[in-house]
Design a protein around this ligand. Sequence first.
Ligand code: NAI
Length: 362
Amino acid sequence: MQHKITLIPGDGIGYEVSLAATRCIEACGVGIQWDKALAGQDALEKTGELLPQSALDSIKKNKVALKGPLTTPIATGFRSVNVAIRQALDLFACVRPAKSYPGVKSRFKDIDLVIIRENSEDLYAGIEFQEGKPETQSLIAQIQKSTNKSIRYDSGISIKPISKFASERIVRFAFQYALENKRKKITCVHKANIMKFTDGLFLEVARRVAGEFAGRIIFEEAIVDNMAMQLVQKPHNYDVLVLPNLYGDIISDLCAGLIGGLGVAPGANIGAQMAVFEAVHGSAPKYQGKNKANPCAMILSGVLMLRHIQENKAADNLEEAVRQVIAEGKSVTYDLKPDPLDPSAVGTAQMADAIINKLKKI
Ligand code: NAI
């Protein structure tokens, strides 16, 4: 079967890691027609827009995209072009597996966690009031009047909306994910003891949805600060975590740290109709054009994409090829060597070559 998939190569190291990923995916023998679209710095230079409508239209049409990291230049009106894509396409679930691959330097072995982060609201909704502006002053006055609590007049304010609708949508997604992926336990992470009306609502909804899955998936709760400590001390006690947006962002980077860093951390942004697959890392501009970046996070995002389009055999083979190349430790990028200055480290393209060679033997 031929799949048509939007490819946004990205900028910085994006082009190199995307090329490595598409070469590896093609080597799996899956019929894919890439529909190339521009976004980010590249798009800004060529079209004058950071996020051209044509890129969004391509994803809407094809329903699936593979996206390289995108730089968000300062003073372009975007907080983050990546967040803008997720919001424009309502990709409400961010799924970030954190899995140990033998050979990657890390403090722990055999980690197999999945972080499911709500992607559409919370402090990431981008509703902010700048310090000193008249609307901020009037909001402060209004809050004072209706709550009898004072906010200093020289404050900036960010709004944290958490709705029943979005909480139910993400928690239900997490439970479905757990069932489909034969996971046993979901931990709902929150700070409901302090933020009773936002995190409290998230937790209340999570408890209700969990009731529907009782007997099939174990449900537990954890306060986010305690969760951070528990993950660093006993990561093997956890399975799938579901979190509001901001905690999800922070905890998923912590989990990437548990498995050896951003070089091996893939991700997916999933909505009801569409899905965009991308590495957790950014565009690492200092390595742009140097054939130095680790392509694994992007290739493993391709593995997630192959599973999403039901090409499970290809996904398993590609993941196994990545696993073997990392475990051998020979044809790997500098960050996967015990000594990052090891002159035997290979480049991005050469690591992709090694993975493709491995695929031929699987
Ligand atoms: P970054 O992830 O680009 O870099 C953080 C650190 O990790 C740097 O030391 C970098 O060299 C290293 N690193 C990242 N990916 C690597 C790889 N594949 N191989 C080896 N080393 C790697 O984060 P930073 O510096 O905060 O952001 C740079 C730009 O990326 C910003 O414009 C930011 O907005 C954008 N960004 C884009 C994301 C996306 O497209 N989803 C996600 C995060 C940041």
